[in-house]
Ligand binder design. Structure first.
Ligand SMILES: *Cc1c(COP(=O)(O)O)cnc(C)c1O
Length: 488
């Protein structure tokens, strides 16, 4: 055997590197518990690239630990309690360890033998979640790589079942359309365009002052679309929306879909998890009537990316999504065999995501998910109260979830200067690195946006954040306005 390959596959080396890596990561987690150190060591993209280009030019080093330590040091610290920017979970350490195992086992899943346990666990995990959403006795689903792909998958199922034309066989001959709120995640728009619906096929329903779909307008927009010759086949409800965490009225959407025999899809990538809490369940009332629901485990359920469930009220529907025959993979391409993952998931080879979720459920029980959603939503309530009690701050909208948009208004300046000031505050905060939050535009004005994803964050950290924002506001103009930051 080639000596390099032999060395690279060595069990002993793995044991040694593994212990060293776990020590490194445990030290990293300890800084989060202590709340010490920065959230990020900000560098401009060009500086970052130059560093790594220089690194790449170095000779190889058989000890990977210094390299991994540098990657860690140059990455944003999601577990740090002052990291509160995007909707990405700080994964549970156990979930990361399970990820190490699934990475090594690499059960591809598309056919049963290549993921015997993973396919069985996927069935259990998706049925468990479908039960939590009360989707009924015929419910089921699958896991896929992220909410973006999950929404596309569900809309493809919707089209296969509700569209009058067989697009799968005949191509896009009719003018199909979906209805969705203006505030829906951009991936719904992307999915619709991939499906060939075009701009006209995405009917955007305006939102109210809380950024929820104006369900009172559904009927009017539907009639208008019909008059134009469009064939609406699905309505997408957001629970919740990404930018402001607003929950659409799912019951009203369900009523509308029932009346017109339309597919009701609920995009619960972030917020469907509210169903696991007695306190917050009311936010997703009506979700039990959805034909399909998407839930990201890597957002509110503490797993590493990407693990997403696509759930169906009628599990059988999921086999209509991709009606392809692949004889070399499956003996009977028509059979509804849950244990061949590739039949109804977009992916062919896929990560054994189910093992990760299953291990959390068997180790901590569902109550860990309940505790997380309740902790994070309560933190948002606390931040809201703090913002209300400080006249220097203004909320964009009353938060329903763990996403809070607000801005600093403590300066006597005009609207445009206030936008500039909030941009400066944000730039200063992020380049200093003690906190991480994001910046967003709402109704044409600049706001600061916080996603409380980390249960290690406390009300004291939030007070410190607001104090720091005031301090940044008082410093005034910043030296380093950095380019190319996605707002959310
Ligand atoms: C995050 C999000 C998505 C996209 O999910 P990914 O897993 O990032 O692909 C879709 N919809 C909503 C409402 C989201 O919050």
């Amino acid at each position: 055997m080639n000596t390099l390959l032999k060395e690279a596959y060595s069990a002993d080396a793995f044991r040694q590197q593994g212990h060293a890596l776990v020590d490194l990561l445990a030290d990293h987690l300890a800084t989060a518990e202590a709340g010490t150190g920065p959230v990020l060591n900000y560098q401009l993209p060009e500086e970052q690239l130059a560093y790594w280009q220089a690194d790449f030019a170095q000779p190889t080093n058989i000890d990977p630990i210094p390299l991994l330590a540098t990657m860690l040091q140059r990455s944003i610290h999601l577990h740090h309690p002052q990291c509160m920017g995007h909707q990405v979970s700080p994964p549970l350490p156990l979930a990361a360890l399970t990820g190490l195992m699934t990475g090594l086992l690499n059960q591809g899943m598309a056919v049963y033998e290549m993921g015997m346990t993973a396919n069985a666990l996927e069935r259990i995990v998706t049925q468990w979640l479908a039960e939590q959403l009360i989707l009924g006795n015929e419910a089921g689903g699958l896991l896929t790589s992220g909410g973006t792909l999950a929404n596309l998958t569900a809309l493809l199922t919707a089209r296969a079942i509700r569209a009058p034309a067989d697009v799968w066989e005949e191509g896009t001959t009719s003018r199909l359309a979906i209805m969705v709120s203006e505030e829906a995640h951009y991936c719904v728009d992307r999915a619709a365009r991939i499906m060939g619906l075009g701009t006209e096929g995405i009917i955007r329903i305006p939102t109210n002052d809380r950024f929820q779909m104006r369900t009172d307008l559904l009927e009017m927009y539907y009639e208008r679309a019909k008059a134009k010759g469009l064939v609406v086949f699905a309505v997408v409800g957001s629970c919740c929306s990404t930018s402001t965490g607003s929950y659409d009225d799912l019951t009203a959407i369900a009523d509308f879909c029932e009346k017109h025999t339309l597919w009701f899809h609920a995009d619960g990538a972030h917020g469907a998890v509210a169903a696991l809490s007695e306190t917050y369940r009311h936010l997703v009332r009506g979700i039990e009537r959805a034909d399909s629901v998407v839930v990201d485990f890597h957002k509110m359920m503490m797993t590493p990316a990407l693990i997403t469930a696509v759930l169906y009220r009628h599990d059988a529907d999921s086999y209509r999504t991709f009606q392809q025959k692949a004889q070399y993979l499956w003996a009977d391409a028509e059979a509804k065999d849950w244990f061949n993952s590739g039949k109804r998931a977009f992916e062919c080879t896929k990560l054994m995501m189910s093992a990760n979720v299953y291990t959390l459920l068997r180790t901590y029980g569902p109550r860990i998910f309940t505790a997380n959603v309740e902790t994070l939503y309560e933190l948002a309530e606390n931040l809201t109260e703090q913002l209300r009690s400080r006249p220097d701050f203004e909320l964009a909208v009353e938060p329903q979830a763990n996403i809070v948009c607000f801005r600093y208004v403590g300066a006597e300046v005009d609207a445009q200067q206030l936008d500039q000031l909030n941009t400066q505050i944000w730039t200063r905060l992020v380049t200093q690195g003690a906190f991480y939050i994001v910046q967003t535009t709402i109704r044409g004005r600049v706001y600061l946006r916080v996603s409380l994803m980390n249960p290690l964050t406390t009300p004291e950290h939030l007070t410190r954040l607001l104090d720091e924002i005031v301090r940044c506001a008082n410093i005034g103009v910043t030296e380093r306005i950095t380019a190319n930051h996605p707002a959310s």
